[in-house]
Write a protein that binds this ligand. Structure first.
Ligand code: FE2
Ligand code: FE2
Length: 240
């Protein structure tokens, strides 16, 4: 059995050193997933605080960024700080870890909005709408490609934006199009993994959403936004 801990939306800011270090060093899992929105405004100084909190994790830490982490227009700097703490940062990429005698693969992207049928954004009209749609499609395609490329026994999808509407229940329907995209769910279901289907999908971003759902193809999806959790992390047990 593999134990995977996860959390999103911890939104650390300057002066918050020590808020997570004890929970991190006490982790009882094989791997920790961070599903984005690790900072408040996406500054390098805030990312340095995140790095300090997770640098002494006893297990591998894998992250995707969230929209807050992009707000400061310094993805490179934020990412560099996280990497300096030993955190693996994914964007349209994957990584495989040897844990509990198995190869655990994680593929990730921040993802994007766009909504869910019957109310999905289209790439029609203004250049801005075309750009919105293009980003959505590009990141979903990156997730699909990364999932398909994982050579592992157990595959996990990690996103910030939601891949299904089910884990948005509780959020106003009017903003669902800004909280996730059906293309992420399709990427999880349709990636070429007949040998090892995706065992788990984890996301954040929807602070007032619901914890559990499934893709149309049946993959379990969990919203691990911190305000929805009882403790610091939520832990999932996966079989080989
Ligand atoms: Fe958030
Ligand atoms: Fe977010």
């Amino acid at each position: 059995m593999i134990r995977v801990a996860a959390v999103a939306d911890i939104h650390l800011g300057e002066g918050m050193q020590g808020a997570w270090a004890d929970d991190v060093t006490g982790l009882d899992s094989d791997l920790l997933l961070l599903a984005g929105d690790l900072t408040r405004h996406g500054t390098r100084a805030e990312a340095r605080v995140v790095a300090g909190e997770f640098a002494h994790a006893p297990v591998p830490v894998v992250a995707v960024l969230g929209n807050h982490d992009l707000h400061g227009d310094d993805v490179e700097g934020v990412t560099a700080e996280l990497i300096s703490a030993g955190i693996t940062v994914l964007e349209g990429t994957g990584a495989v870890f040897d844990v509990s005698g198995a190869r655990l693969g994680v593929a990730g992207t921040i993802g994007f909005g766009g909504g869910f049928p019957p109310a999905t954004a289209s790439g029609f009209g203004e250049p801005e709408m075309k750009a919105f749609d293009a980003r959505n499609r590009s990141l979903a395609h990156g997730l699909c490609t990364a999932l398909s490329s994982l050579d592992c026994d157990v595959a996990v999808a990690l996103t910030h934006y939601a891949p299904i509407p089910g884990t948005l229940a509780g959020e106003p329907p009017q903003i669902h199009a800004f909280l996730g995209s059906h293309l992420l769910g399709r990427a999880i279901d349709d990636c070429d993994r007949e040998d090892v289907p995706v065992a788990l999908a984890v996301h954040g971003h929807a602070h007032a959403g619901a914890p559990d759902g499934r893709t149309p193809g049946g993959v379990p999806v969990h919203n691990v936004a911190q305000p929805l959790l009882d403790g610091a992390f939520r832990t999932f047990v996966l079989g080989r």
